[in-house]
Design a protein around this ligand. Sequence first.
Ligand code: C2E
Ligand code: MG
Ligand code: MG
Ligand code: MG
Length: 291
Amino acid sequence: LLAGAGSSGVASYHPVLDQQSLRRLQLGTELESAMVEGQISVVFQPIIDARTSDIVSVETLVRWAHPRYGAIAPDDFIHLAEQIGRIGPLTDHVLDLALARCRKWLDQDIALSVAVNLSARCLGEPDLVDRVRRALRRHGVPGELLTLELTEGSVVDDSVRSSTVLADLHALGLRLSMDDFGTGYSSLSQLRQLPIDEVKIDKSFVLGMSTSQGESFIARSIIELAHNLGLRVVAEGVEDELTRNLLAEMGCDKLQGFLVSRPLPDDRLESWILARTGVRSAIPGTPHRRL
Ligand code: C2E
Ligand code: MG
Ligand code: MG
Ligand code: MG
């Protein structure tokens, strides 16, 4: 946006700063204070066992309630945060909110694992592993209860460096999940060389399953190959019963989507959990039990 300075040293800005660029520039400057002022929050979307329907974890999804623009979707500000070099603080903020909740659940004898999305940029930050380690320690959450969701691009772009980072993260006990699988350029064989525990079939395939055989075939292939490599499989974007049944029949391990639940604020998640039989028995008196 501001890279228009010519050799004369005189900035030659684009004559009209369009509305969208203006807004993006403004949002960038507001991100920091938005965190401090509590405009950035998180919601949690349940992930269930495909066979038993028990809740097995929740994915943390960031939300920005802007005082003038209203709700801004993550797809509208994650990329921006990356571009202006503020994705690190944003990630720390989300991790902090997620682990604080996880600790609170632990105090209620609910050992619910939380997943946090990690932007591709974060893998390049030299202090990432240290920050994650310190966050776990600060909240007193065992690494085993944290999953980090990565995107394919982030590990394939610089696979040597990222394999070291991933190994260090893995050594903290946490699990690594390959998000949006099937949309990027990685192959399952590349995944085998990395300490990845799980793949999430991208919702673009899952959403099409009830109407397209092609989509179903892709899902089935991913599940089979992933299982052969010893990886667990999560399907995201499960919206209807037919898709759910198809995935269960294909042996998909975990399901996430509007059919199960929309992403929920903390208090609504707790009532959602309590309303489900598969989990009620696990709540009293069994600290650190994985649901
Ligand atoms: P994602 O990690 O693949 O998350 C899943 C997205 O799919 C979420 O959108 C979720 O609300 C949506 N979703 C879940 N179930 C269904 C369904 O059944 N149907 C449909 N149509 N959609 C469903 P959301 O919350 O808008 O997040 C979008 C993306 O933004 C995420 O995709 C993730 O890549 C990114 N994101 C969200 N929170 C964070 C964060 O804290 N850090 C980073 N780096 N990225 C984040
Ligand atoms: Mg995700
Ligand atoms: Mg995804
Ligand atoms: Mg996505």
